[in-house]
Design a protein around this ligand. Structure first.
Ligand code: 8YV
Length: 315
């Protein structure tokens, strides 16, 4: 039987490449040096796209594939897929929710602890001989018992809040509505008010046009010079210029970031700051989770081409 042709937007780990190539006729977009020419050559054949959360699929790519039926995203975030272009043509879209929730939440908590307790500097203190030469490492800030805000109490935000509860933190959250499962966590509809009552503000919302720069100058000012911002969602949820200004002028205490505008290239102003923890968009990056994500990407494609219900549909 003829295997369906799919366009692969970015590389996957070796354990995914093999089964993907067995099941499908794979066209590796990311390896093409002349991408428009490559699309002109294979676009007519393509019935499926396999992509990654941060790479998505642009309108130009979608339009270059007139027989496209389904886009399978390796990631929970699908903001980089042009959903309007998909809706116009009835193209189905899937993502990989749930399997990555706990790892993403774990990294958010690790980032909070690492930055608050100064672990990167502490490691340097030991390695460069400062401990022996200068003595005790400068004191840092406590995490347990302090006030945490969760901006977006979805799957990942909930997993973050559950972990924060384990640290005895005083938790509040915001989102479109109050959640029944949130128990005694305080619902604060306004992000500025949430930031004002938080020592640590976690950004865990799914990114969309509606959430763009939801963390704006006012939210950052409300978090204040003793506050920490932690972003494990998408860069677009934060006004990065406002964030950089506040960090440079010490109007915001510090920030722990896993995502950046224009990543993997980031604004060089971040590199000059000592009040940031910079991570390479790897919150879901464990072997276990990435294997589960890869399987789900293939299983969604296989279900579609077998005429079965999609496992984790977005559209
Ligand atoms: C991945 C992601 O880092 O889930 C998402 O939305 O951005 C990620 O889990 C990415 O898709 C891997 O390339």
């Amino acid at each position: 039987m003829q295997r369906p042709h799919i366009l692969q937007i970015g590389p996957y780990p070796a354990w995914d490449e093999e089964p993907l190539n067995e099941a499908f006729e794979v066209h590796r977009y990311f390896e093409a040096s002349d991408k428009p020419a490559f699309l002109a050559e294979v676009g007519l054949l393509v019935r499926g796209i396999a992509t990654r959360g941060e790479l998505g699929a642009s309108r130009a790519i979608i339009e270059a594939c007139p027989a496209l039926e389904v886009i399978s995203v390796y990631g929970v975030g699908f903001d980089a897929v042009d959903l309007a272009a998909c809706r116009e043509r009835g193209i189905r879209v899937t993502n990989t929710p749930d399997v990555l929730t706990n790892d993403v939440a774990d990294l958010g908590i690790a980032m909070m602890l690492c930055l608050s307790r100064g672990m990167i500097g502490a490691e340097r203190w030991v390695r460069d001989g400062s401990w022996a030469a200068k003595g005790l490492y400068p004191l840092k800030r406590r995490v347990w018992g302090r006030r945490a805000g969760v901006l977006g109490l979805g799957r990942i935000g909930h997993a973050v809040a559950q972990r924060l509860a384990g640290f005895g933190m005083d938790i509040a959250y915001t989102g479109p509505t109050r959640k029944d499962f949130a128990g005694d966590w305080e619902f604060i509809a306004d992000p500025v008010a949430l930031a004002r009552r938080s020592d640590f503000l976690f950004v865990t919302l799914a990114a969309s046009a509606a959430t763009r720069h939801i963390v704006n100058r006012e939210v950052i000012a409300a978090l204040g010079e003793d506050g920490m911002l932690i972003n494990i969602s998408r860069a677009s949820n934060i006004d990065e210029e406002a964030l950089l200004d506040a960090l440079e002028k010490k109007r915001l205490g510090c920030a722990a970031l896993d995502v950046f505008e224009g990543e993997p290239k980031l604004n060089p102003r971040f590199l000059a700051l000592d009040n940031v923890l910079l991570q390479p968009h790897h919150a879901s990056g464990t072997i276990e989770t990435r294997k589960a994500m890869g399987r789900l990407v293939r299983d969604n494609l296989a279900a579609h081409f077998a005429g079965q219900a999609l496992l984790t549909p977005v559209l």
